[in-house]
Design a protein around this ligand. Structure first.
Ligand SMILES: [Zn+2]
Length: 297
């Protein structure tokens, strides 16, 4: 399915659904037991793989709140009249469907309080593409394979460095105007072998078209990779990153602060790419999320 810029609003549809949760403090020896007394609501009770879940916690008397999801930190910011906190949780594109614990830890007066809630994740249906190609087009030589493995590790290191400071602010913008190809999570089976699923979306656009930063952040990684070609990562803070591949030019340096709308590169077809397009992907608490979900909170 191809998506146009105009029907993007489909992705913005969002309902706030209150969830019925029993917020009893969890029995942990090192934590002083206090009635937590909080209300939690999530942006959508239909949680799918690749989603971003907006969690709103109303917690009178709680001075600070943090969370943990699959051993990764979830950051909460104070909102409203000071009684509420909001945080976002990324659901990995291949997280097995089922119930997942989100642990909430708050500070109330002198005490630490802990609560757990469950996020019930459902399966998302992904397209499957089966291709048969001559073996020599599919197999990488040893050198290329080693290089690709090394580069994948380099990127993995980027997600490990989580800065607690929130840099993004307000709505996200589309990084480039073009034809959106809805291929997030698409499974590729090459000559009968399953390859890693497509971890972002592709936006088809002419070579040289300007790519903008969709929100405020900091350029934290730039390199020329075997698969991704000219690659750039923007850190938006609190474990949220956006990644840009196949660029013909990277216009910022690592360490540069960028604002929403700043030019960060130009569309290209560097690396393994059949034509000029932007491959756009995003990570949140290390989870591979659908970047189009960034428009819905
Ligand atoms: Zn792609």
């Amino acid at each position: 399915m191809r998506l146009t810029f105009t029907n993007l609003k489909l992705f913005v549809a969002e309902t706030i659904v209150a969830v019925n949760l029993l917020f009893l403090p969890v029995c942990l020896a090192e934590v002083k037991q206090e009635p937590f007394g909080i209300d939690v609501s999530i942006s959508d009770k239909d949680i799918r793989q690749g989603d971003i879940v907006l969690v709103t916690v109303r917690a009178p008397g709680i001075s600070s709140l943090k969370g943990e999801f699959h051993n990764n930190p979830i950051f909460f910011s104070k909102t409203g009249n000071g009684d509420s906190f909001t945080g976002i949780v990324g659901i990995d594109m291949t997280l097995p469907p089922g119930r997942n614990h989100l642990t909430l830890r708050g500070v109330k007066g002198e005490s630490d309080v802990v609560s757990e809630m469950e996020l019930d994740v459902k399966e998302r249906k992904y397209e499957i593409e089966r291709l048969t190609l001559p073996e020599k087009m599919v197999e990488l030589d040893k050198e290329a394979e080693e290089r690709a493995d090394r580069e994948a590790l380099e990127l993995k290191g980027v997600w490990e460095e989580v800065s607690g400071e929130r840099l993004w602010d307000g709505k996200f913008a589309l990084p480039v105007n073009g034809d959106l190809i809805s291929n997030f999570g698409k499974k590729r089976v090459l000559n009968g072998k399953e390859k890693s699923p497509h971890n972002g979306i592709d936006i088809s656009a002419p070579e040289g078209r300007e790519v903008i930063s969709p929100n405020n952040g900091r350029a934290v990684f730039a390199a020329e990779h075997f698969f991704g070609g000219k690659t750039l990562v923007i850190d938006h803070g609190q474990g949220l990153y956006t990644t840009y591949l196949h660029l013909s030019k990277v216009s910022v340096k690592v360490g540069d602060m960028v604002n929403r709308g700043d030019i960060i590169g130009l569309v290209g077809k560097t690396g393994r790419s059949t034509g000029p397009h932007l491959h756009w992907s995003s990570r949140l608490n290390k989870a591979r999320i659908d970047p189009l979900k960034l428009f819905s909170f």
